[in-house]
Design a binder for this molecule. Structure first.
Ligand SMILES: Nc1ncnc2c1ncn2[C@@H]1O[C@H](COP(=O)(O)OP(=O)(O)OP(=O)(O)O)[C@@H](O)[C@H]1O
Length: 628
């Protein structure tokens, strides 16, 4: 691979800080809705925090009534307190002094009912606001997710082949599926639970401070312990989550291999070996996953423990405060409630931050892919070329220090059929990769009608080159859709004309819906020959000036060979044709045969000329004949 293309093909890793920023940046397109969610959540949670204050009043009304009913009427509260103190009942005196009861008066049910009504109203409104916030959150996240998936889909279509190779197909698959899902789940949590937890923390803190700064301090005295535990857990779990998602990528790669190579695996009975490898990767993923989950799973029990500690402190100190008449029983009850309300968001925030780490790690992987190099887009200029192909002193290697082509030069004149032969792995297919700009040369030039292909847009180059590969690629859809894939603006008449020229029409005539017959993914319900006829017809529709045939007839059964040969001959007529020949039987008709060896063209001529010369080609023929 060239130094230039190598540097652009390598994906860059994101800085940890910038990935968090960009994770939150995903919410930018829905900022209006996000703001609405923030406001709704703030009000909803704020109301919930007011609830215990009203309930405190209700409790005090109850305590006042219960105590008051037992005290003699006709005395003032102060007189009752003094009498209790005189009889040595200090604690009860303190409790009575902390209230505003009227001796002899029982429970004020009217006041109690009103307070309970207010409480129900507060909690109902809070629930309603939070429900609306959840609805808005879901809509916003749905929108963000949709945009992200569209971006990923677009990017996939623009990612250069070289970059896909760099990631590895399985890892890429995992980035665009698992990591996108995980990003979405984390955003939902960040926008929902995390927001609620943060607002709860703030509003409860304000309510507690309003009631009693001292008791607030007592309630929060366990906070440093909670913060320390949270930070320790986050530090431990973040690298574990990154490792977990990395292992998930590797696992997906193995699964993808076993699906795409299913037939080969079955035919070589190597299923067991594959299962073993899958098992090993699965184990590695499971072990990373367990480590990550154990680290983050410790958060909840730890926070519950800290919460309970604070509860005990509030009860003890609160009891003393009531006895010393500085607080009411209702207020202490409110603090018990607040203590619970505040311990839950502290625990939640730590747990959610842990999960967010996993989401941010996934986002970094998705963004790394989205930031990766891409091919220029745009509609190719549709102008006719003569179709002259030239490789001029080309040097190229996929990996540094491993050259494949060395100072290679060749010319295919317009309309000429040039076959390239040579030992396996010598670089024949690489010629097609360079011509199509899947990769760029390291040194030298590849010229199309005299233009350096690197100076033309990739889409432009490819619009002039038709490719028929060894392994026909078909997608799920009708035969006509598969054929017209060769040219976006192809009409039905173009498809029909091409089908009649390649003979595909005769094959589809017996199918139930002709050209509109639906084919499975990869054309599994067609024979190999039929699949190839479809791809040849596809190349026909595109009307390219140059054709690359990658040993197009190798996978064809004898019944269809003749048809495919005829279709190919028709396709080759009046076009420059580069035949990447992996078998020698198919090259005899070529105008010229080039023999590649050690990265160079070592012989050139017609079949007869080369045989006569008794050089590399004759040697290749002889070894092949002996081998067969
Ligand atoms: N994407 C890639 N990344 C790294 N190396 C590659 C890549 N594609 C091919 N190669 C290597 O480059 C060399 C040339 O490969 P190429 O496919 O061009 O050979 P070929 O002559 O077409 O072989 P065959 O006749 O067996 O198909 C081989 O050593 C191959 O292993």
């Amino acid at each position: 691979m060239s130094a230039r293309s190598r540097s652009t093909a390598t994906p860059r890793a994101l800085e940890p800080g910038s990935s968090t920023r960009r994770f939150l940046g995903l919410l930018r397109p829905v900022r209006g809705r996000f703001l609405a969610v923030v406001v709704l959540t703030a009000f909803g949670v704020g109301l919930t925090a007011i609830g215990p204050l009203v309930l405190a009043r209700a409790t005090d009304t109850l305590v006042n009534g219960l105590l008051g009913a037992q005290l003699p009427s006709g005395q003032s509260r102060e007189e009752v307190v003094a009498a209790l103190r005189a009889s040595g009942r200090e604690t009860l005196a303190g409790v009575v002094a902390s209230t505003d009861l009227v001796p002899g008066r029982g429970i004020d049910f009217g006041e109690l009912g009103r307070l309970l009504g207010v409480t129900v109203g507060i909690y109902s409104t809070a629930t309603l606001l939070q429900l609306v916030a959840v609805g808005q959150t879901n809509r916003a996240i749905h929108h963000v997710m949709l945009r992200l998936r569209v971006r990923v889909e677009r990017k996939l279509n623009r990612t250069p082949v070289a970059t896909v190779d760099t990631y590895g197909r399985g890892d890429l698959l995992s980035r665009v599926t698992n990591d996108v899902d995980n990003t979405t789940a984390s955003l939902t949590q960040a926008m929902g639970q995390l927001l609620t937890a943060c607002f709860t923390l703030i509003s409860v803190l304000v309510a507690m401070l309003y009631l009693s700064p001292l008791m607030t301090l007592v309630t929060l005295s366990t906070l440093p312990l909670a913060v320390w535990a949270t930070r320790a857990l986050v530090r431990r779990s973040q690298p574990r989550f990154v490792a977990q998602w990395k292992q998930m990528g590797a696992l997906s790669a193995t699964i993808e291999e076993s699906i795409s190579g299913h037939e080969v695996i079955s035919s070589f009975h190597s299923g067991q070996q594959h299962v073993a490898e899958l098992g090993e990767r699965n184990d590695r993923w499971a072990s990373e996953s367990v480590r990550a989950q154990v680290a983050s799973g410790l958060a909840m029990p730890l926070m519950t423990f800290v919460g309970n500690l604070s509860y005990v402190l509030v009860c003890v100190v609160g009891g003393l405060r009531v006895a010393s008449a500085t607080m009411t029983v209702g207020e202490i009850q409110a603090f018990v409630q607040y203590g619970r309300q505040i311990s839950s968001p502290i625990g939640q925030i730590s747990g959610l931050l842990n999960e967010l780490q996993s989401g941010i790690a996934s986002t970094a992987r998705v963004l790394e892919f989205l930031d990766g190099p891409e091919e220029e887009t745009g509609v190719p200029e549709r102008r006719r070329l003569r179709g002259r192909v030239e490789f001029e002193h080309v040097d190229f290697g996929y990996e540094p220090g491993k050259p494949v082509l060395r100072d290679l030069s060749l010319v295919a004149e317009p309309g000429e059929t040039v076959a390239v032969v040579g030992p396996t792995g010598v670089g024949k297919t690489t010629l097609a990769h360079l011509l199509l700009r899947f990769y760029d040369v390291e040194r030298g030039r590849v010229l199309l009608d005299g233009h350096d292909v690197r100076e033309l847009a990739r889409a432009d180059v490819r619009s002039h080159i038709g490719v028929v590969l060894q392994d026909p690629w078909l997608f799920e859809g009708t035969i006509a859709e598969n054929v017209s894939y060769g040219r976006q603006d192809a009409h039905r008449s173009d498809v029909e004309r091409a089908a009649s020229r390649t003979g595909l029409d005769q094959f589809v005539a017996v199918l139930p819906h002709g050209l509109d017959t639906h084919i499975d993914a990869d054309g599994a319900n067609l024979s190999a020959g039929e699949r190839q006829l479809v791809t040849i017809t596809r190349a026909f529709v595109a009307e390219p000036e140059v054709l690359v045939l990658d040993e197009a007839t190798s996978a064809v059964d004898s019944r269809t060979t003749m048809h495919v040969q005829r279709a190919l001959a028709e396709l080759q007529r009046d076009r420059t044709c580069l035949v990447i020949a992996h078998r020698l039987a198919t090259v005899r008709q070529a105008d010229r045969i080039l023999v590649l060896d050690q990265g160079r063209v070592v012989e050139s001529g017609s079949h007869e000329e080369l045989l006569h010369r008794r050089g590399a080609y004759a040697e290749l023929q002889r070894t092949r004949l002996e081998a067969s």
